[in-house]
Design a protein around this ligand. Sequence first.
Ligand code: IPM
Ligand code: MG
Length: 380
Amino acid sequence: MSAMRMKILVLPGDGIGPEVAAQAVRVLRVIGRRFGHVIDCAEAPIGGAAIRLTGSPLPEGTKRLAQDADATLLGAVGCPEFDAYPPARRPERGLLELRSLMGVYANLRPVRAVPSLLNASPLKPDIVSGTDLIVVRELTAGLYYGKPHGIFGRGAETRAVDTMTYTRGEIERVARVAFDLALARRQHVTSVDKANVLENSQLWRHVVTEVAREYPAVTLTHLYVDNCAMQLIIRPTQFDVLLTENLFGDILSDEAAVLAGSIGMLPSASLGDVRPSGVRTGLYEPVHGSAPDIAGRNVANPLGAIGSVAAMFDFGFGLKDEAIAIEQAVEGVIARGIATADIAGDSRPATTTEVGDAVCAALEASHARVVDRPAARAVV
Ligand code: IPM
Ligand code: MG
């Protein structure tokens, strides 16, 4: 393993986005110093912040920087100020366009029950204990992008149209991401669809079954989406890799997120193809939204954003030691009870910055141990 030079684009966005992104950047810088990577960070506007500045939720400058960067870290998008705007001009459109532009078709959302946080879960501890799953959500097709879409006609005949379409290729490539992940985990893929009703799901099931033949070591189970929503709260431990299309994945990943105690904890990685440089195209963001109700108060949980930095090193750059260092620092901080209000229980809640301080300090403190490890010696 050798030291790398990396260009990272940071898109703080709206609401709590800038607060959590700031902590993620601090962690990024500590990791850079500790492992000897040269990290160039640029920042650009997206979402409501970009609309205010330029009139567009994804300005040209942001697009150029995202295409040029080795990886992009996002805070969150969305603010109530633009709620009355049509979908095409809302902050969220900036994120949807960015995903499409970057070609990040596989969205990975890992959910793991942390023993010290079992009581923060809305489910009984004995149900949630042992949960370790990853949602693989198709991210650049389906209802979110199908054409035609719009509102047509007038009066009682006014008609809203959204179109769900999938091609074989779009299903195959995301299915391969899920099966590859399963190989390195517990070798089980659950594919979620609505094949009893939708043509899209018929094709989905057919193609996923075909891809599964390339992975004889992996067991494939099909589940209807309504049943899956129920199974997630009845017995979440039955899932390893949960593969599904865009809208189902949006909904199920929020549901799965609360199993871990708080949606504020969860990172995500949106991945495209591997580039000639060997780096996988990726957009990394916490699963939570912009939470305007708590924005600007230094109370948001930064762990989803910090975990997204770990995901960036792991999935984007293939640098596992860096990812593990961050994850261990985060686990240590949680175990010591340094937690924002969403997971603090009855103890005094820490602020966003205090949690960031604690993670950075834990990373710095473990430095001495890491330099002794052979894998890390080459880079420090
Ligand atoms: C998510 C969010 C987005 C989505 C919104 C903000 C457009 O809910 O990343 O899950 O629907 O994909
Ligand atoms: Mg969502």
